[in-house]
Design a protein around this ligand. Structure first.
Ligand code: TXA
Ligand code: MG
Length: 309
């Protein structure tokens, strides 16, 4: 059930989390499907509700770095990156603290845990009131487009979630950037809401894990983020029977436009909700105009390529 996020409903959500139930909540990136990360049964419900493969680990959401340090073994790179980007759209993967309370199911047997401090008033208040770290993947059925408004969550997961806290559209609109800091030099596992250029200014020339690499994220299978409708990328104009997802100023106003001014920040914020809008198996192919391969454009193109594959 969708409820507007306020003091009372956030309190209700915190109570549900503490009693082992699932709650969907807004973050600045996308809506998350949360469970008490220390409760095995609650975490198991996430996998069931999303139909998520049991090998795909979850991100643990925390209030701040001191909460993160109780869960994972900290490092200088973690300190430098989180100083600059937390709270925010950055997830860091670090070795699990040997005696930490986090459910082993969260990391699906890996000896690392992904942690993130979200920058959203509702997520922060929920973390404070629940008093536990919150395991939360994006609140969509596995393999589908991430939700950026409460209704997307309801459409995708429906009765599998007790409560969906609604606080309007997510500001960033793309999932967090994921970096592996669990050993050796930092490696980028997923493009996301924080630009790789900004991260490199802190950790140096950071390699990007490829699809085939050993250290890739289990969640980075190319079949991901799939809409039902087929996608054609780098389209200059729509062919007969196609709908156009436009970008930039040189486009007739009747088409949905990721950003008429050519802003990548605006395009990122609009991407999933416009894909949701156009995603109708009966309406033919979605032709997407080219997006520049820089800054947030890299994360946008990554999601588009996955959606098209
Ligand atoms: O913005 C976000 O990150 C959102 C919001 C809700 O925080 N969450 C999100 O979660 O996108 P999810 O589950 O859809 O994506 C998490 C990614 C997956 O690709 C997963 O494989 C990877 O993080 N991951 C999680 N723990 C990992 C670990 N220990 N090692 C490697 N990859 C990990
Ligand atoms: Mg996801």
């Amino acid at each position: 059930m969708i409820k507007a996020a306020n003091r009372e409903t956030i309190g209700e959500a915190a109570g549900l989390l503490r009693s082992g139930e699932l709650v969907a909540f807004p973050t600045e990136t996308v809506y998350g499907l949360g469970a008490d990360a220390t409760n095995d049964q609650a975490v198991a419900k996430i996998f069931a509700a999303k139909n998520r493969p049991a090998f795909n680990p979850l991100i643990v959401h925390v209030k701040d770095t001191s909460a993160a340090k109780e869960i994972v073994q900290w490092s200088q790179a973690a300190e430098d990156l989180t100083n600059k980007f937390w709270p925010g759209a950055l997830t860091v993967i670090l070795p699990r603290q040997p005696d930490c309370a986090i459910s082993l199911l969260v990391s699906t047997g890996l000896d690392t845990i992904a942690v993130r401090a979200p920058d959203h008033p509702v997520a922060k208040s929920l973390l404070n009131q629940a008093g536990c770290p919150i395991a939360a993947p994006s609140a969509n059925r596995s393999g589908r487009i991430s939700p950026t408004i409460a209704r997307h969550v309801d459409d995708s997961l429906g009765p599998n979630v007790n409560l969906i806290l609604d606080d309007g559209p997510c500001r960033v609109g793309l999932e967090s950037t994921v970096i592996n800091l669990s050993g050796g030099p930092p490696i980028l596992l997923r493009f996301g809401g924080i630009e790789i250029e900004a991260l490199r200014s802190i950790v140096g020339l950071m390699p990007i894990a490829s699809e085939n690499s050993e250290i890739k994220s289990p969640g980075m299978l190319s079949q991901h983020y799939a809409p039902d409708a087929p996608l054609r990328l780098n389209a200059v104009r729509p062919a007969q029977g196609e709908t156009l997802l436009a970008f930039g100023s040189d486009v007739p106003p009747e088409f949905l436009n990721l950003s008429p001014t050519g802003s990548l920040v605006e395009a990122a914020a609009n991407l999933f909700s416009m894909l949701h809008q156009l995603d109708d198996p009966n309406s033919g192919t979605i032709a997407v105009m080219p997006i520049p391969e820089k800054g947030l454009g890299r994360a946008i193109n990554d999601r588009l390529r996955r959606a098209a594959s």
